[in-house]
Design a protein around this ligand. Sequence first.
Ligand code: 13P
Length: 248
Amino acid sequence: MKKKLIAGNWKMNGSLADNEALVRALVAGLASAGGCDVAVAVPAPYLAQVQALAQGSALALAAQDVSQHAAGAYTGEVSAAMLRDFGVRYVLVGHSERRQFHDETDADVATKAQRALAAGITPIVCVGETLAEREAGQTEAVVKRQLAAVIHLNGHCISEVVVAYEPVWAIGTGKTASPEQAQQVHAVLRAQLAAASDQAPRIRLLYGGSMNAGNAAQLLSQADIDGGLVGGASLKAADFQAIIAAAQ
Ligand code: 13P
């Protein structure tokens, strides 16, 4: 059976002192929880710190973004090979905050996913509609378009990718999609994956958007929800651990 994946996305939060306390608590808790995979996506400057703290534990390291370029004159960018140097296992690609604030297009997201895969890093490709798109009845069309961009990456199978459905209106707003709303979209994504690959049943589809200790169990019990991408609640050890426990 495929293990669930619970990935924390710290976004632009953290400090050396806070990270150390949080990661030490998570590593201690993980010693007794082997039923799901757990990762934290940390800001790039802290990759080395978290890599060292998580060494030898089941906590996997993730990055929040990767450059579309391999190397060269791209000031401020971080390449997939650099992430690999720090033992990064997963990288978020196409998070709605990147699409929204950095104008990332579906084509950019596909290139980034391709770069990650070429470096042996699993991309977590984020898709999701805005409130205006949902209200206009465009949810399915939007997430299908976003997923279509990464479904046929050169030389790679879509089963090497993790997909995260994050409705933009549920991110950081405290408004979670209901388990039924989330499952409905996950089923659409699963069907689209199934049309492209016989590996579709083993692709992990994460839900993200105000997932917390109180709502995680119900969301994670849906047929096509294989884990969570957790923002705010991943910054507090007890809350994140409760979500991990709900995924066991
Ligand atoms: P919140 O859990 O804070 O809503 O953030 C979700 C998210 O964007 C994770 O990538």
